[in-house]
Design a protein around this ligand. Structure first.
Ligand code: DO4
Ligand code: MG
Length: 300
């Protein structure tokens, strides 16, 4: 199933998104559900998977639960607003997991060979990407650095970790990056990756029950400038060199990543070298079954 976090005149809500309907499940279990992690916890207390738990709740209570149209939440109608689907204590990123990313980065870097090496190595590239207060949700501005000449969106399938470092769901992530800073020297990677509003997540969390552990999903990225498409590209997670489990394993090895953390799995879509995001652009990332994450760009 697909779960969203949104606000309504009643406060912050958790909803199940089915077709164009969002069913508010915040009040279905004794104490209110505050987050997707809460839902995972309540389901496990009941000895059920999240989808089993939700199916049971919907069978028993669907008629009495407030229901909204997803479009009205997306458009912020009636005091409704889509929120980041989880507040991640940590966000990590994986790199060079697609051939396209390796080739584009090898072309742009001043230090030849590092991307070729990591693409072939047993150990993947995994880097620290963001904390919750650097992340934004649907409709919020993503940042591009004022000291970068080439900022790009990176559309990435993103997994969310549960209480035991297991994957509990997937969302879409935008690993907004300053590719000229990264290209100048790979040691500048933290500055190319971590800054104000450097990561967008959303719009929903697709449960692992529905997605499976190794989902093969179409990923699309579009950038709109003055109403026209300035860049578009697509890929499929089937083209990823590494498995999701391999990335999760290396991320969590000797590393106590806290529950609710997110990990972006790398991009298979890289805009051409003469493209840079600009203030006022709109970036849309669509991942099959997860939905479309849309964010305006703000030059920092
Ligand atoms: O190697 C630098 C970052 C790579 C990355 O972010 C990606 O491949 O998505
Ligand atoms: Mg990336």
């Amino acid at each position: 199933m697909r779960v969203i976090r949104f606000s309504s005149p009643h406060g912050i809500r958790i909803g199940v998104w089915i077709n164009n309907n969002v069913i508010d499940i915040t009040e279905v279990c004794g104490s209110p559900l505050n987050s997707f992690l809460d839902l995972v916890f309540k389901a496990s207390q009941a000895g059920k998977s999240v989808d089993e738990f939700l199916r049971e709740v919907l069978e028993q209570r669907r008629g009495d639960l407030p229901t909204y149209s997803y479009r009205s939440i997306e458009k912020c109608e009636d005091n409704l607003r889509l929120l980041i689907p989880i507040i991640p204590p940590e966000v990590w990123g994986c790199g060079v997991t697609y051939r396209r990313s390796r080739e584009a980065r090898e072309r742009e870097t001043s230090v030849k060979g590092v991307y070729d090496l990591v693409y072939e190595a047993e150990r993947p590239e995994i880097f620290f990407k963001a904390t919750a207060h650097r992340c934004v949700g649907f409709g919020e501005e993503i940042g591009i650095r004022g000291d970068s000449k080439r900022s790009i969106p990176e559309a990435e399938l993103t997994f969310i970790l549960g209480f035991n470092q297991e994957i509990i769901g997937f969302t879409a992530g935008n690993d907004v990056s300053s590719s000229d800073i990264e290209g100048e020297n790979p040691l500048y990677l933290p500055q190319a990756k971590i800054f104000d509003r450097c990561c967008a997540l959303g719009p929903s969390i697709l449960t692992v029950d529905e997605a499976g552990r190794e989902p093969k999903l179409r990923v699309e990225c579009r950038v709109f400038r003055s109403g026209k498409i300035a860049f578009e590209g697509s890929t499929s997670t089937a083209k990823m060199k590494r498995s999701i489990e391999e990335l999760r394993y290396f991320l969590c090895r000797y590393n106590p990543v806290p529950p609710g953390s997110a990990c972006l799995t790398g991009t298979g879509i890289v805009p051409p070298n003469d493209f840079s995001l600009r203030d006022g652009d709109i970036v849309e990332i669509t991942i099959e079954k997860i939905g479309t994450l849309r964010n305006p760009v703000k030059q920092l």
